[in-house]
Design a protein around this ligand. Structure first.
Ligand code: ATP
Ligand code: LTN
Length: 325
């Protein structure tokens, strides 16, 4: 049976990118095997974050998981920090990933570039070690992620191979699975940059009012032609909107192109806005109901208990093979 594991870090308000690239697909995975979906709150500390904001974001993500159709009876939903085995395995695994490898990670290069060189946290540099620990603790076979995280999963595979080579078969080899359409939604104000919750310009937030969502889409940056075709190089804005539309409608990009043959940008953008709102509005209603109750805390407590039992067993296995008494 497959073990499926993924997480989102509570660093900011979730975006349409997080929804299309991650959240929306999670409910399908809970039918395909044993499912562990968590909130990577320890990872959120790798860049400065306000404590209150971190708490709000963490509960919000749990509520978003539930609103997106995750069923706590089919899928364990929990907080990374509630399961101490993550930090404990991290302390061991940091010895099996190398500084050279870590310094080549694109996410590290992007995020550290914006900081004063003297003030780059060790946690930001070692981010992939903790992520590898998250994955390996649950013997995950499938790790659903957006395109930007493939490199980290590949590094986790290198680590598992290296570790198993040295100590014998101990860790299970995971595999990244990326959604076909919508793995990389771009910013609406600069479609050459990823829509990202830590860089708020050009984002659509999952909590945005539908009117605001419509306005943002109608004023998305495009080009000066008026042909709706997919051409990332020359028409990044239109290509991004086509990706959003196709993924929400569950159709291919060529099918979406065909639908808008001869349409002008105004008509096209309106259709994209309608598609987004049609999907997000009911999702927002479910979120509101969930966040107003105690359900989130209940789910997180229950999820942590199950997660601990699995994670502690792996940790014990690792302790044993490396020689910890
Ligand atoms: P940050 O801006 O803090 O780095 P982020 O918005 O990139 O965060 P993550 O917490 O790193 O979000 O990602 C959560 C999940 O959403 C991951 O699987 C990630 O690949 C996916 N994801 C994030 N942004 C996008 C995007 N623009 N398009 C598609 N998927 C995305
Ligand atoms: N790094 C991921 C979040 C994350 C994760 C994980 C995803 C932390 N640990 C383990 C999958 C598996 C991100 O930024 N999206």
């Amino acid at each position: 049976m497959e073990r499926i594991l993924s997480g989102i870090k509570p660093t900011g308000k979730l975006t349409l990118g997080n929804y299309i690239g991650a959240l929306r697909n999670f409910k399908n995975f809970q039918e395909q095997g044993e499912c562990f979906i968590f909130i990577a709150d320890l990872h959120a500390l790798t860049l400065p974050i306000d404590p209150l904001e971190l708490k709000t974001n963490s509960r919000d993500i749990a509520a978003f998981y539930l609103a997106a159709g995750l069923d706590p009876n089919k899928c364990n939903i929990f907080l990374q920090s509630h399961v101490s085995a993550h930090a404990e395995l991290n302390a061991i695994m940091q010895n099996f990933l190398y500084m050279g490898e870590l310094s080549r990670m694109t996410q590290f290069k992007d995020k550290s570039q914006k900081l004063n060189k003297e003030k780059i946290g060790l946690g930001l540099f070692a981010y992939p070690v903790l992520m590898a620990s998250d994955i390996l603790l649950y013997d995950a076979t499938i790790v659903p992620v957006g395109e930007d995280q493939i490199q980290h999963v590949e590094l986790t595979r290198d680590l598992a191979k290296r570790f198993n080579h040295r100590y014998g078969d101990t860790l299970i080899m995971p595999k990244a699975v990326v959604t076909k359409v919508g793995a990389r939604i771009m910013s609406l104000s600069d479609p050459t940059k990823k829509m990202s919750k830590s860089d708020e310009k050009g984002d659509i937030f999952l909590k945005d009012d539908p009117k605001v969502i419509r306005k943002k889409i109608m004023s998305a940056v495009t080009d000066s032609e008026s042909v709706v075709i997919y051409d990332v190089e020359n028409k990044p804005g239109i290509s991004n909107l086509l990706t959003i539309y196709a993924s929400l409608k569950n159709i291919t990009i060529p099918e979406a192109e065909k639908e808008f043959e001869g349409a002008n940008y105004g008509t096209f953008k309106k259709a994209v806005a309608d598609a987004v709102i049609e999907e997000i509005e009911p999702f927002q209603k479910r979120y509101q109901e969930i966040i107003a109750s105690n359900y989130v805390d209940e789910v997180l407590n229950r999820g942590a208990e199950k997660a601990k039992s699995i994670a502690n067993a792996t940790l014990k296995r690792v302790h044993d093979v490396v020689g910890l008494l």
